[in-house]
Design a protein around this ligand. Structure first.
Ligand SMILES: C[S@@+](CC[C@H](N)C(=O)[O-])C[C@H]1O[C@@H](n2cnc3c(N)ncnc32)[C@H](O)[C@@H]1O
Length: 285
């Protein structure tokens, strides 16, 4: 059996061909999936991607799924996991109502679910508002947050806190970068004048363009969500891409031979991403 795991991040398995932007571990192929899937037609028995489809702009998502279809053998299985928009919206409405009635717990949960719904899409810097929320010394609704994003949320919080503390230590240096002394500003001005003299066209070195460049580069880095899916829209998109027998799944349930042994979604009974919508579909024979 030939298995393909796209946008694997740190969740890969040696029995699979694993691909991500950069190689995240032994045997993980570095490749930008926006350029297609670097394998011939009808090559794999199984294609899988978890929390990847939402990183493609809406108009590119069908093209990505058609690539999955192309590399699958007839009769092959595609498994997709994405953040479940329906679940988020239901949580949002539930906490909105309770927060409106003055429930303090619901107020924190409301704040968190807004981040899941919005921040992951609109942020212009790594981690966005979600990182700030997770970096709070005291997380008022820690258990709710981990129930939503899974146990890996604890590791994310730990990583954010460490990163935050390192940043704080480097604070004075950063402050100098944000408010540079006069001599540094003078030097930058001279450099800019020289650059503008040579490059008459719009330069990425001007402060405004530099910001646009930084934001654009970040938004193309694969972190932000460009679109979200629910069971209806994902099924429809899969069918439009040629797949048939589209089925809702749970992280414990799959038609993929040996699925649970790969531990890509569950280990020791713990689901890595409980906020997900899981679906499988077949390429017709
Ligand atoms: C949210 S992570 C999910 C990682 C892993 N699949 C999981 O479920 O834990 C999204 C992954 O998709 C990768 N990714 C997003 N866009 C990509 C692209 N165009 N080419 C390759 N990898 C991409 C990111 O680098 C990141 O590792």
């Amino acid at each position: 059996m030939k298995y393909l795991n796209l946008g694997c991040g740190y969740r890969y398995h040696p029995d699979w061909v694993n691909i991500d932007f950069v190689s995240t571990g032994p045997g993980v192929l570095a490749h930008d999936l926006r350029k297609g899937i670097p394998f011939p037609d009808n090559h794999f028995d199984v294609v899988y991607h978890s929390h990847v489809l939402e990183h493609f702009p809406k108009e590119e998502a069908a093209g990505f799924l058609r690539e999955c279809y192309r590399v699958l053998k007839p009769g092959g299985i595609l498994r997709v996991a994405v953040p479940d928009l329906e679940q988020i919206v239901r949580e949002y409405l539930r906490h909105l109502e309770a927060a409106w009635q003055g429930d303090r717990g619901a107020m924190h949960n409301y704040e968190w679910i807004m981040l899941e719904m919005y921040d992951q899409t609109v942020r212009n810097e790594p981690g966005g508002e979600m990182a700030k929320y997770l970096c709070q010394e005291h997380l008022p609704n820690e258990e709710y947050v981990y129930k939503r994003i899974g146990e890996e949320g604890r590791a994310i919080r730990r990583a954010f806190l460490t990163h935050h503390k390192t940043k704080e230590r480097a604070g004075s240096k950063q402050a100098e970068q944000e408010h540079p002394p006069l001599w540094r500003r003078f030097l930058s001005g001279v450099k800019r004048l020289i650059r503008n003299a040579f490059f008459k066209t719009e330069s990425i070195y001007s402060p405004e363009n530099h910001d646009a460049y930084r934001i654009g580069k970040f938004r193309l880095s694969g972190e932000v969500h460009y679109w979200m899916y629910d069971r209806y829209s994902l099924k429809k998109l899969l069918e439009q891409s040629g797949f048939r027998k589209v089925q809702l799944k749970s992280p414990f349930d799959s038609d993929i031979p040996g699925w649970s042994t790969f531990e890509l979604e569950v280990r020791d009974g713990i689901v890595f991403k409980p906020d997900s919508l899981f679906m499988e579909a077949y390429k017709p024979r």
